[in-house]
Design a protein around this ligand. Structure first.
Ligand code: SF4
Length: 337
């Protein structure tokens, strides 16, 4: 079933997306919130059979990134063409952020681009860093949304504005169909195989993500790596050591755009919602503490894993491309894929 807001029933992107699901019933609605924000919805049940909702965004297209996040010296901004994700990571804040697990796609990309262009012009030549996918995975639904196919050529017009596409997916076909754009970074989120298998439900295996990253790098795209969130367990040393070796077998370290890592973090409210949704989830029963408005691993354990992973990473990459602060945003640790 596809819900479509009345106002965009005839929008070309609506028709293009609908055409991919010829057997789906189309249900018109006045505003997406009628479906998405309904009371008494079960996120867990809906996650098994989510519906697609096509909507129009009216305001708030671009947001300032949270303080302390992003590339030093640049103004960092975020935007989301979609709410929710086709994957199901147990540490993701999206499961606690919305009542609904349905996917909302805002089809009016032109309005996002208009506001982005305004921000770029207002910056008068200063560099801006736009992270997409604050409330979704940037590329996971690319065959349906054609988000990158639309926004990458748009950003190619503005060399001083960076676009980061953050993903756990392997959906890079539309990028491979284009020439590499120098101000676009395709950032892959990675965790060890054991973590992917236990906590990142429905996501592609880590090796498949690395192959997608490798293909992009071979074609001249800038690739970033986001080791976020770091997941603590007894075997973490061996797991992360193996992950880094695996990553740098596929990728040329000196050609990477940036590498970051981020400790596990959730707001206390989101953490408690996640606990209610998944009371048997070992991750949520782990050695956590609430401090400074966030639930995280106990500080000593967090310091241990951050130190180990930083030192191991720096055996593979130059420190000039290591940006620990980049990961403090995104649906994973705090809010993108
Ligand atoms: S962490 Fe990223 S990939 Fe996982 S469910 Fe959230 S948005 Fe999707």
């Amino acid at each position: 079933m596809i819900y479509v807001e009345d106002e965009i029933l005839g929008h070309p992107r609506t028709l293009q997306i609908q055409a991919r699901f010829p057997d789906s019933q189309v249900v018109p609605c006045a505003r997406y919130g009628e479906v998405f924000n309904r009371r008494a919805q079960s996120f867990r049940l809906q996650k098994r059979r989510p519906s697609l909702i096509l909507a129009k965004k009216h305001r708030g297209f671009v947001h300032e990134a949270p303080e302390g996040y992003g590339f030093p010296g640049l103004r960092n901004l975020t935007f989301s063409h979609m709410l929710n994700c086709i994957y199901d990571c147990r540490y993701c804040f999206l499961q606690a952020m919305y009542r609904s697990a349905h996917y909302v796609v805002f089809v009016n990309y032109e309005d996002f681009q208009w506001e982005i262009e305004e921000r770029i012009r207002a910056a008068e030549g200063r560099e801006l860093y736009f992270s997409s996918g604050y409330e979704c995975d940037s590329l996971a639904l690319e065959p349906v949304t054609r988000f990158a196919a639309s926004f990458v050529p748009f950003f190619a017009r503005f060399p001083k504005a960076w676009l980061e596409l953050r993903t756990k997916s392997t959906q890079v076909r539309s990028l491979l169909d284009m020439e590499a754009v120098p101000n676009v970074v395709v950032a892959f989120s990675l965790t060890p195989d054991e973590v992917q298998q236990s906590l990142e439900l429905l996501t592609p295996a880590v090796d498949r993500r690395l192959r997608a990253a490798e293909r992009l790098q071979e074609r001249g795209w800038k690739v970033g790596l986001r080791f976020d969130p770091l997941i603590y367990n007894e075997g973490f040393r061996e797991q992360y050591r193996r992950l880094y070796a695996q990553a740098f077998e596929h990728l040329q370290a000196d050609a990477l755009h940036s590498v970051s890592l981020g400790p596990f973090r959730l707001s206390p409210r989101f953490f408690r919602t996640a606990e209610r949704l998944y009371p048997d989830e070992p991750l949520l029963a782990g050695p956590m503490q609430e401090l400074d408005g966030a639930v995280s691993y106990r500080r000593d354990l967090e310091a241990e894993i951050v130190k180990f992973c930083t030192e191991e990473l720096l055996r593979h990459i130059p420190s000039s491309i290591f940006f620990p602060g980049l990961s403090n945003v995104g649906p994973s640790a705090a809010p993108a894929s």
